[in-house]
Design a protein around this ligand. Structure first.
Ligand code: FAD
Length: 304
């Protein structure tokens, strides 16, 4: 671990000031949220910023709010610990609370933000698959104007996003969902805690009383340059009765849709096999899921 070279720290109190600073300051200035990726990059990966612009003192960028139309807005500066324990998120989307709760350690989650998890654009970021499976969109501001983006358009590759210089990710918006929606997130990693995903699978499902699939979303992490939706596998589910064979078939189709690589954590072949296995498991688990929080001992296990 190297000692960082001195840098300036700015602590603006408004989005517009932060964006303005980013334009005024030299090239090597970065927005700082929880710092759990950025500080590691400075200390271990040779990043030497001239200045950091701390976003944590800007009011209104954090918190979880239910809107009157049923959508949910999560401020970009909301910590993963807050998301893990938010009564609203635990009640409506327990798999998203679980995904936030699977990041690093409690100390990390107390600092790390959902905006940082997305803007860092790691293929294995734990919160992104669940957000993708919920069709979440991103709110982005340049200080004067706001725009909105899908996660698919925002994430361009490992560490690369569609954020333009001076733009801040301000919030994640989950659109209204069917009251019958159920979901599941499974993180596969060699160690149970403090490890990055080798494969991450999130699914959401809406079925009728005879288990016929009315809506399905499947999102995969750590098996392509960015988290992806498995659109063909989703399409195969629609209108069919969800049973073992259908979940198996969706898993096989989803495995063909990803493009995993060999790296220190896993071979590409193992990742592809586990995508097949975990899509099937996630679909059947989601279908069998009782409402409410997901206890640790049930995470990723077969429950059907
Ligand atoms: C020990 C350890 C374990 C970890 N384990 C996991 C894990 O299991 N799963 C996982 O997914 N991640 C893990 N991480 C990575 C990290 O904790 C998360 O990615 C975290 O959510 C990053 O959020 P942050 O607020 O700390 O971001 P920061 O480090 O502050 O920022 C990350 C990047 O995003 C940019 N950025 C941040 N917020 C914004 C914004 N609002 N607008 C525009 N740009 C922004 C920054 O400029 C920077 O480039 C781990 C990290 C550590 C150190």
């Amino acid at each position: 671990m190297r000692r960082p070279v001195p840098f300036e720290l700015h602590q603006p109190r408004a989005v517009a000031t932060a964006c303005e600073l980013k334009h005024q300051l030299p090239q090597k200035s970065f927005f700082l949220a929880g710092g759990t990726d950025l500080v590691i990059a400075v200390k271990e990966r040779g990043l030497s910023p001239d200045s950091l612009i701390d976003l944590k003192r800007i009011p209104d960028l954090a918190g979880v709010a239910e809107d009157t139309d049923g959508s949910l807005t999560i401020g970009a500066l909301t910590t993963l610990a807050e998301i893990e324990s938010s009564a609203t998120i635990v009640a409506r989307y327990p798999f998203l609370a679980q995904a936030a709760g699977e990041v690093g350690s409690l100390q990390i989650r107390n600092r790390a933000t959902i905006g940082g998890n997305i803007a860092n654009a790691s293929p294995s970021a734990d919160t992104i698959p669940s957000l993708m499976a919920l069709n979440a969109s991103l709110r982005i501001s340049d200080g004067a104007n706001q725009r909105s983006s899908t996660l698919e358009d925002f994430l361009l590759g490992p560490g690369q996003t569609a954020l333009r210089d001076g733009e801040i990710l301000t919030a994640v918006v989950i659109p209204p969902t069917d009251a019958r929606l159920r979901g599941e997130f499974i993180k596969l990693s060699p160690r149970q805690v403090m490890d990055l995903a080798v494969v991450g699978v999130a699914v959401t499902l809406v079925t009728d009383e005879r288990s016929r699939v009315e809506a399905a979303a499947i999102a995969l992490g750590a098996v392509a340059p960015t988290p992806i939706r498995a659109g063909a596998a989703e399409g195969h589910l629609l209108g069919r009765v969800l049973d073992d064979d259908l979940a198996e078939a969706a898993g096989a189709i989803g495995a063909d849709e990803c493009s995993p690589i060999d790296d220190v954590r896993s071979s590409a072949e193992y990742r592809r096999v586990m995508v097949r296995v975990l899509i099937k498991r996630a679909l059947l688990n989601a279908a069998a899921r009782a409402p409410g929080p997901i206890p640790w001992r049930q995470r990723g296990r077969k429950r059907h």
